[in-house]
Design a protein around this ligand. Structure first.
Ligand code: SF4
Length: 249
């Protein structure tokens, strides 16, 4: 299998996998979604809530706040407490949660929890624990997917109204004028294989297919862990599982 880095930007990373087993790429994706452990708020004790938001809804919102997670913390199976005591009028944000550990804090402090009106108050204590996607989707560390590597064949002798064909591309990777149509330089892998261009112009003008044994693998972290940490943890977990299976045979 060959892996080449396509793009790395902020919380996003994408690779091209070549000469691979599709089942292995899918196993890595599933390991990320199901097995990599992150922190999330699980239990909430509400001491006071005079807002219009039910306790259950408030607790659900707190559970969806991504929390900075260090992989080594997971081995110690620790719990982390957050306190929140606010009085309206106030827009209460994730950054208002007071953590028991200065390193375990909300990734995005400006996430809105609730808008308290004049006289409304909340007071609560929230416990964050480690979990993985099989426990609840809130623990999943990233949005991850793969798609087949596109192959675009253009027969320029047959092209008419290239600009119109190019304008139909939803991801804007085609360029054309007169009877000359082309894929923009370095943009081929961004084709989403929707075939809008082929449906309009016909297969004899532009043919969309995919490469054999080649996929684009993309991952966007929700912020609890860095993309590199997510990938290496997912692969380690997969290797451990394979070893367990080998031992038990
Ligand atoms: S298949 Fe869709 S995304 Fe790909 S080049 Fe054609 S219009 Fe663009």
């Amino acid at each position: 299998m060959e892996v080449s880095l396509l793009e790395q930007k902020d919380n996003k990373v994408s690779f091209v996998f070549s000469d691979f087993k599709l089942s292995l790429v899918n196993a890595i994706r599933r390991s990320i979604i199901n097995s990599v452990r992150t922190l999330a708020i699980e239990d909430v004790t509400v001491y006071k809530n005079t807002s219009t938001m039910y306790d259950e809804v408030l607790a659900s919102r707190l559970g969806l706040i991504p929390l900075k997670t260090f992989p080594e913390l997971g081995k110690s199976k620790k719990e982390f407490i957050f306190k929140l005591k606010e009085m309206g009028p106030k827009a209460v944000h994730a950054s208002d949660l007071v953590p028991s550990d200065k390193d375990v804090v909300p990734v995005y402090g400006d996430m809105l929890i609730i808008n308290l009106k004049e006289g409304e108050a909340i007071e609560l204590e929230a416990k964050a624990v480690f979990g993985s996607g099989v426990d609840h989707a809130k623990f999943t560390p990233a949005h991850v997917f793969y798609h087949l590597y596109p192959k675009i064949t253009i027969k320029n002798g047959a092209v008419k109204n290239a600009a119109k064909i190019a304008s139909l591309c939803p991801v804007n990777i085609l360029e054309g004028s007169g009877d000359t149509l082309a894929v923009k330089k370095g943009k081929l892998q961004e084709c989403i294989l929707c075939k809008a261009c082929e449906d309009f112009a016909g297969e004899d003008v532009i043919k969309i297919s995919s490469e054999q044994n080649k996929v684009v693998f993309a991952l966007e972290s929700w912020g609890q862990l860095e993309p590199k940490e997510i990938l290496s943890e997912a692969i380690d977990l997969l290797a451990e599982e394979a070893e367990d299976i080998a031992k038990s045979i």
